[in-house]
Design a protein around this ligand. Structure first.
Ligand code: NAP
Ligand code: G4F
Length: 340
């Protein structure tokens, strides 16, 4: 049987790693698109680089000509767009760049798909950040969008233009609306990775303090490996549609800190309030402090998803719970620190 061909925009990121692994296992030919960088951008996907079914090309989704050339020369069956300026906090500092990549870049891919000779299936990496400030206790495909950042606002454009091209041009274009998902491959400046990495180093005397922002926002955290299974399933359906992917459980940042500390056998006593809140260890040493530089001009206070549609239609199931995820992330940190 002829092998399926996929393009992954955003192949060098966390989800790019897990999706590449999954598609290679399913015998796809995977074309990953990397950006030029002054350092090595392919660290996460290093182990795939010598496989004959894994080919990496330079490209950038803000460069329309590079997208058109790649799509017409590769002639893929499926395109997964994971490429984004994916940090919500940073989007307040780089709003135009974020909008160019996260919104206009998506439109450029859709235009190239519209003009291509073959029907290509398209996945757009949407996010729970699009719900933003919401009154719904659980957010589903029916919840209104009310984004609270340049990141979330740009992603709403991407979501809606994907639906628009689906309806106007009969393109197989589908949106995932994924809640936070983490893994050992998570970028260093996202809160889970920062907490796990810092507390592990503190436990082994290699770091003094963990500095955080808002401890009381709530997030619904899953494992990236489970979420890329859903991404894949979304493109294997007969008709394109949009799906929420979430665990249905939410925790505050402080609860995530406490869970991580418990697994590491670190005791934390909390004292004070607001910017003066601190976490103290058994010996009375302050190991966690709050700094206003990590607060955002606007915050999304809580996110908790209802993934019933994905469970019913995609038959999507999660394999990892939050404790499994934290344990795996700690194990990875210990390996990095060469501690057994
Ligand atoms: P990530 O680790 O930050 O990866 C983002 C990827 O996009 C990287 O490969 C990055 O390349 C690439 N990229 C950025 N700008 C680009 C451009 N102009 N042209 C081409 N590639 C570009 O993010 P992730 O966690 O894997 O998330 C994947 C996607 O899902 C993103 O679109 C994100 O917004 C979305 N999402 C993530 C979550 C989550 O919790 N992880 C939840 C919902 C939605 P470099 O390596 O060169 O920077
Ligand atoms: O880990 P975060 O930066 O993730 P955030 O903002 O929820 O965005 C992530 O999930 C989205 C899906 O909902 C994705 F679309 C997006 O691409 C990204 O993957 O922050 C989580 C929470 C926020 O409320 C933030 O204010 O943690 C709070 N926080 C507290 N201290 C911190 C910190 N966040 C970061 N990054 N760093 C801190 O020191």
């Amino acid at each position: 049987m002829k092998k399926k061909i996929a393009i992954i925009f955003g192949v060098t990121g966390q989800d790019g790693f897990y999706l590449s692994k999954l598609l290679l296992k399913k015998n796809y030919i995977v074309h990953g698109i990397k950006r030029r960088s002054s350092s090595v951008p392919t660290k996460r996907i290093e182990k795939f680089l010598n496989q004959k079914n894994f080919i990496v090309h330079y490209g950038d989704i803000t460069d329309t000509s590079s997208i058109q050339n790649l799509i017409s020369s590769i002639n893929p069956d499926e395109i997964y767009n994971l490429a984004a300026q994916s940090h919500v906090g940073v989007s307040f500092f780089t709003p135009l760049f974020t909008a160019n990549v996260n919104a206009i870049g998506v439109l450029a891919i859709l235009e190239a798909i519209k003009n291509h000779k073959k029907r290509i299936k398209f996945y757009q990496a949407g996010t729970s950040e699009m719900f933003g400030k919401t009154k719904d206790k659980f957010q589903s495909e029916k919840t209104n969008f009310n984004p609270q950042s340049p990141y979330g606002t740009a992603k709403v454009f991407a979501h809606q233009i994907t639906q628009n091209y689906r309806d106007a041009y009969n393109i197989f274009a589908a949106n995932g609306i994924l809640f936070n998902h983490e893994s050992p491959m998570r970028g260093d400046n996202f809160v889970t990775k920062k907490i796990v990495s810092s507390l592990t180093k503190i436990k082994y005397g290699k770091q003094k303090k963990l500095v955080l922002g808002n401890l009381y926002a709530k997030r619904d955290w899953g494992h990236a490996s489970d979420y890329v299974e859903a991404i894949y399933k979304i493109l294997q359906q007969k008709t394109p549609d949009d799906y929420v992917i979430a665990t249905g459980k939410d925790y505050t940042i402080k609860e995530f800190v406490n869970k991580t500390a418990k697994i590491l056998n670190l005791n934390i006593n909390w004292k004070g309030k607001g910017l003066k809140e601190i976490g103290i260890d058994n010996k009375g040493k302050t190991i966690i402090i709050v700094d206003k530089k990590y607060f955002r001009p606007l915050e999304v206070d809580y996110l908790k998803g209802n993934a019933s549609k994905a469970k019913k239609i995609l038959k999507w199931k999660m394999k990892n719970n939050l404790n499994d995820l934290i344990k795996e992330m700690i194990k990875h940190e210990l390996n990095e620190l060469k501690i057994n």
